[in-house]
Ligand binder design. Structure first.
Ligand SMILES: Cc1cc2nc3c(=O)[nH]c(=O)nc-3n(C[C@H](O)[C@H](O)[C@H](O)COP(=O)(O)OP(=O)(O)OC[C@H]3O[C@@H](n4cnc5c(N)ncnc54)[C@H](O)[C@@H]3O)c2cc1C
Length: 469
């Protein structure tokens, strides 16, 4: 049961949103209150569905004046619980899906926050351009969510994170005021940059309603390969070579452990071994170039030399789009492949690239010592130093001792990442899941400054109050 809103607040919200703009229907609310893995289930007194920025501003203004808290939601694909309300008004951007402008001369697209990543990719193609970020959740995740979590994915190595794609923002601030910062400039040195505060703020500093984003040229020459290696250390050596030997064509470099691959082959239909033999580690490499044949030639050169030097054990290069997709599926299905194997403790850490193999070695030893028999699936965007470090354990039920063991596991993994100058959240954010844990690793001076900024913008703490500091 959730606490109802004061009657006057509810009726004012309904009035500004219009009949199509709100719901309390349990069937309509259900998919927005459940996190896709079933990890969090929320409650809300009202689902607000504004159709434009003015309606968002009206909703936030009424809530701010009444001290009513809000949780913004995009595609509900977040992995740290920040989009699931616990009594707050749930503000969904799903009706704000317009592509407001697209301009190949400026290499810019201006989109509303509810546009999905897949729709953004399609919009870019209509003017012969490309939006480079790529996430397995692209059919559902939205521009507002991508910006608010500063999402990463498989193209960060070449293009940077979502932060690097944003030229301008439009947002409703926590007092209900609209800020139109939809610039499309590559250079704009005019003091503090408000958009940078909102990027990665996880809905705590306002509601992102639209963004102007960078577009890039299409790169028609492409090659995708799967490589088998003896160790994660060799993968890092190969990464260094790939960066220098492909003439800037390196697009993605993704690590996959044998156990993770084995789970995909076992648990997901229609998947095939990529190589003739079995290898302890695999790397999926993609190269791309605007020059015809250049990406393919760079890949062949890189792999031939690596084989010659015994750095890699085997490799296959996709000969068709279908084969390339099949190789990518083995990477993108890593989470789905593990799911039937039981309870999983997930960690999303980053360390300097040079420390990835050391992190995997040290974390493996620390977690095995905690609970013998654990199985570890490590994979991820290793070109960015980002390891998804999943620990599979015997299901221990919903009891305090098991929860304490899980927390201790996370503590050990995070302590090792921190000792190697890494982060406990590489790309998923903190949400409600990691906010408390993050306080262990942030410096007090930084936390105090961040709290002061938040209090200045949102003195009533109405925006996503359970998320961040
Ligand atoms: C299969 C799968 C694969 C994934 N792969 C990756 C990956 O490779 N890299 C990666 O970084 N993430 C990944 N994710 C996580 C997720 O897709 C991203 O975090 C994504 O950016 C969330 O977008 P969303 O629209 O679903 O946001 P939501 O889940 O709805 O919200 C996420 C956060 O943003 C806030 N928010 C949403 N919209 C707004 C807005 N308009 N204004 C203000 N705040 C807002 C919410 O309050 C919440 O705190 C993956 C998720 C899944 C399910």
């Amino acid at each position: 049961m959730t606490k109802p809103l004061p009657a006057d607040v509810l009726s004012r919200l309904k009035a500004v949103l219009g009949e199509a703009g709100w719901s309390v229907d349990p069937d309509r609310l259900a998919p927005k209150l459940a996190e896709w893995r079933g990890r969090w289930r929320g409650v809300t007194p009202l689902l607000a569905l504004p159709r434009d920025t003015a309606q968002v501003a009206a909703v936030v203004g009424i809530c701010a004046a009444s001290g009513v808290a809000i949780t913004p939601q995009g595609g509900n694909t977040g992995l740290v619980g920040g989009q699931i309300p616990d009594g707050e008004v749930l503000l969904s951007l799903e009706r704000m899906r317009a592509v407001r402008d697209i301009d190949a001369d400026d290499d810019v697209v201006v989109v509303e926050a509810g546009v999905t990543l897949a729709a953004l990719h399609e919009a870019a193609l209509t003017v012969g351009r490309r939006f480079p970020l790529s996430l397995a959740s692209e059919g559902s995740c939205t521009v507002g969510g991508l910006i608010s979590t500063n999402a990463g994915g498989t193209a960060v190595l070449r293009y940077g994170t979502m932060r690097d794609q944003v030229l301008g923002l439009e947002a409703v601030l926590p007092n209900g005021e609209i800020w139109n910062g939809l610039k499309r400039l590559r250079k704009d040195n005019t003091g503090y940059d408000l958009k940078q505060l909102l990027i990665g703020a996880e809905g705590t500093l306002g509601v992102v309603t639209a963004a102007s984003l960078k577009l890039y040229p299409l790169l028609p020459s492409r090659a995708v390969a799967m490589v088998g290696l003896a160790s994660a250390h060799d993968a890092i050596t190969l990464l260094g070579r790939a960066k220098t030997e492909t003439g800037g064509a390196l697009e993605a470099f993704e690590l996959i452990g044998r156990l993770g691959l084995a789970f995909v082959l076992k648990n997901v239909p229609d998947q095939r071994e990529p190589l003739a033999g079995v290898h302890p580690w695999y790397v999926l490499i993609e190269t791309a170039s605007g020059e015809p044949g250049a990406a393919e030639a760079a890949m062949e050169r890189l792999l031939a030399r690596a084989l010659e030097d015994d750095l890699i054990q085997d490799a296959t290069v996709a000969q068709s789009e279908a084969q390339a997709k099949a190789l990518w599926a083995l990477r993108e299905l890593q989470s789905a492949g593990q799911k039937p194997e039981g309870e999983i403790w997930k960690h999303d850490v980053s360390v300097p690239v040079s420390q990835v193999a050391r992190f995997i070695d040290q974390a493996g030893a620390a977690v095995a010592a905690l609970s013998p028999g654990v199985r570890i699936v490590a994979f991820g965007h290793v070109g960015d130093g980002n390891v998804h470090y999943d620990v599979l354990v015997e299901a221990g039920g919903d009891n305090a001792a098991h929860a304490a063991l899980r927390d201790e596991g996370a503590r050990r993994v995070h302590d090792i990442a921190a000792a190697l100058h890494g982060s406990i959240s590489a790309e998923h954010g903190l949400g409600t899941m990691k906010t408390i844990e993050a306080l262990r690793y942030k410096q007090p001076a930084e936390v105090a400054a961040l709290r002061a900024v938040r209090a200045a913008l949102d003195p009533g703490r109405i925006m996503n109050p359970r998320v961040l500091f």
